[in-house]
Design a protein around this ligand. Sequence first.
Ligand SMILES: Cc1c2[nH]c(c1CCC(=O)O)Cc1[nH]c(c(CCC(=O)O)c1C)Cc1[nH]c(c(CCC(=O)O)c1C)Cc1[nH]c(c(C)c1CCC(=O)O)C2
Length: 364
Amino acid sequence: MPVTPSVPSPTVADRPENPLSRSAFLLAARGEPGPHTPVWFMRQAGRSLPEYRALREGTTMLESCMRPDLVVEITLQPVRRYGVDAAIFFSDIVLPLKAVGVDLEIQPGVGPVVAAPVRTAADLAAVRPVTPADVAYVTDSVRQLVGELGGTPLIGFAGAPFTVASYLVEGGPSKDHAKTKSLMHADPKLWHALADRLADVAIAYLSVQIEAGASAIQLFDSWAGALSPRDYAEFVQPHSAKVFGALEQYGVPRLHFGVNTGELLGLMSEAGADVVGVDWRVPLDEAVRRITAAGGSPKPVQGNLDPALLFAGWEAIEPQLDRILTEGRSAPGHIFNLGHGVPPNADPEVLHKIVQAVHAKSTR
Ligand SMILES: Cc1c2[nH]c(c1CCC(=O)O)Cc1[nH]c(c(CCC(=O)O)c1C)Cc1[nH]c(c(CCC(=O)O)c1C)Cc1[nH]c(c(C)c1CCC(=O)O)C2
């Protein structure tokens, strides 16, 4: 019986002369031993950094994403300040929709708002995958970044079909995702057409980033935790699996993350992730058990400090780092991260201290 490799095939980053071949992040993502436990933070670039706020002054979020000078500088800011083991490309999950003409904006403090929500088959015509020509600024930005980052890998990313569909169907952020779930059940044919289209959007956008030099990708299904395992398996998993399947050819590690996905970890792993992101609700050793119980082999995991702990003081944070590092050892690889994004009011000093402490505590 053919055995499916659990780690991607070797890429250029594996050649010894490439500084990325020694990247702690890429080694952990492949389940191989490295110099220390790598750290990066979701939303490490952004409002928690004064240098970000200064640079963004007078430019909207989406305009910033289209200017390589800003994208490069904003992506590098947290790498310089924190010494994290990976950079994440500065963009947004709705950028590829904006790039093909979907009328939307990102409202400060609110999130993506869509002028004409997608609720009928006719509305779907507005949504198509990007071509490299639609996002030449992404290729430019990634190429420049890869040149500047040297031995620090760049993570490309996209929104997963469910999370992006939620913004399109609801018209903006939603707590209960009621319109999206209603559409799924009331008109499964339209739902599957929309999710399939959004899988193609993610594939196209991620391919552009990988072809320009991104060393890994993360598919954010931030809001998938709103679904029951049954609905996730029927309405979402096949579409996320299409994204992961299409990217397998590139051989870069594929990370997958959502919030409140404790009940879905096995299914999200099964969708084709090489690394499973875990929020703070499930300890990493238990996450590994859930991933393995789904029938797979153990996989590298990413996470999972509660972002609220950033405000609790070092005395409270440090024991949590020890606990998470210990629990993370039950996985073949552990990438330290928060359980969700850096809150805008987080203290950059605390994040810097966490990077240094995780490195010091895990150096082998
Ligand atoms: C759900 C989601 C979105 N965007 C994203 C997700 C998935 C990740 C997650 O679960 O947090 C992904 C994203 N958005 C952004 C990044 C950049 C890279 C990084 O992580 O440092 C990433 C990875 C920049 C951004 N995207 C956004 C900001 C803030 C805008 C600003 O600085 O004015 C940034 C830095 C805007 C945005 N865009 C979105 C939201 C919910 C918001 C926040 C609204 C707000 O609080 O203002 C949609």
